[in-house]
Design a protein around this ligand. Sequence first.
Ligand SMILES: Nc1ncnc2c1ncn2[C@@H]1O[C@H](COP(=O)(O)OP(=O)(O)OP(=O)(O)O)[C@@H](O)[C@H]1O
Length: 507
Amino acid sequence: MEKDLFLETKNLEKAFDGIKALDGVSLKVYCGQIQGLIGENGSGKSTISSIISGIHTATKGEILLRGKPYRPRSPLDARDNRICMIVQETGTISGLSVADNLFLGDEAMFLQHGSINRKKMQREAEKSLEKVGLSFDVTAPIETLSFETRKLVEIARALYFDPTLLIVDETTTALSYEGRSLIHKIMRDLKEQNKAVLFISHDLPELMEICDRLTVLRDGKLISAFRKEEFDERLIKQTMVGRSIQDNFYRSDFDASHGEKRMMQVSHVDAGPLKDVTFDLHEGEILGVGGLSGSGMHELGKLLYGMLPPLRGEVTVLQDTKSAGGKEIPVRVKNIQTAMENGIGYVSKDRDQETLLLNASIKDNLVISALDKLKTGFFILPRAEKEFSQKQVGSLHIKCSGVNQTVGELSGGNKQKVSFGKWIGNQSRILILDSPTRGVDVGVKTTMYQLIYQLKKQGCAILIISEELPELIGMSDRVLIMKDGCVSMEFQRSPELVESSIIEYMI
Ligand SMILES: Nc1ncnc2c1ncn2[C@@H]1O[C@H](COP(=O)(O)OP(=O)(O)OP(=O)(O)O)[C@@H](O)[C@H]1O
């Protein structure tokens, strides 16, 4: 056996209802290395990771762990073999406390005289959070934490059990600038300790920086593996999609002009962490919003969609009606219903909890926000629903068996496309897009950016909230930077605008 070889898959296959998600994958994972995994959405990255970490079982093939057959029956079984995974979606359970989530399934560790020693469990929970630089009330319900902090709790849980192989599935795009740096450090530390890391990401520059080796999957097959000295961005992208793709997928113009008309007005709002936030969003404008994790930028999205009530100030949509002679009529956004009635669409960062109906079909998810548009008289013809959803599936390249497939069965990136497609094409006048391209592969990102730009040209007002500064710089007419709940700086689109000039207003 090769020195330092920790795990090896041999001709691994996995089929879901007869459809092959993995097709003969032979992969090697070494101690003391960070192994990257890249591939288009639906190429099988999460499937192979889930098999290694005991979530799914393989249909065919075998896995060897330090040269011995390994077939985990559950994630707990995998963990007993020192393999832990941080999943792409939310891996914590609402309704339970932070401490309960950290030790779910391991309560026996704290049994004393027939009952759980809660104090001990809480102390251990605090210790495990400290390892990832967190400190807060571990008795609090997990749903009171932000999406990012929940992810960090998952990382703390994985590290508590001292894994020899840590699998990180598309987690970094869910994290802010600081969260990313933290997980990069954790991976490098594990490598230093001669542990193994399997790292899945769609961010190729990030993979090229962090990884020692990089494996490319396409349609469930292992296409190629590169050693660090062979890394070549263009070649890897080409290997991934099977054709050459353009390097720059953002808009190329520097014309920051937009309509004069205000579509939305936020005046002196205090809400959650937000303090005295004031700005206007105009017709045909793409307004970018960036910041660090505690900056309040994600709460801003919820505020605009009526999910977070203001304590002070107000959020209004400006409607102009012909009956009022084209005059602007301000309508207050009080809740989600008023937001929707006034043409606001919202793609949440937490797509599984807040945007998608996971047990419903792709078609139902896509048409739900476009019912008015699809109505003929009082009725919605099934043919219109099908045509509408097939069009979205085609233009966003949603990989599925058909529009009737359940959304919960899709890969992470394909779910994100449904979440995006739900609001695009339903004639929303105002779109609030929180991390719209999270987990989406490079090929489809291009399509998404083109759609966003077309909507701008059609007069739609768009607010993009993103952790990715290149995305904000590349797409926005104007960028607002948030810090500690306030808008700390505003930038106009220009060829001179670069990441380094923005970062100082975030920190
Ligand atoms: N539970 C399931 N039921 C049916 N099909 C599934 C299920 N889980 C995954 N699949 C299918 O398996 C294929 C591979 O999915 P997988 O999640 O491994 O892709 P991925 O490479 O991780 O994609 P992404 O980059 O979008 O996360 C997809 O076509 C997906 O729809």
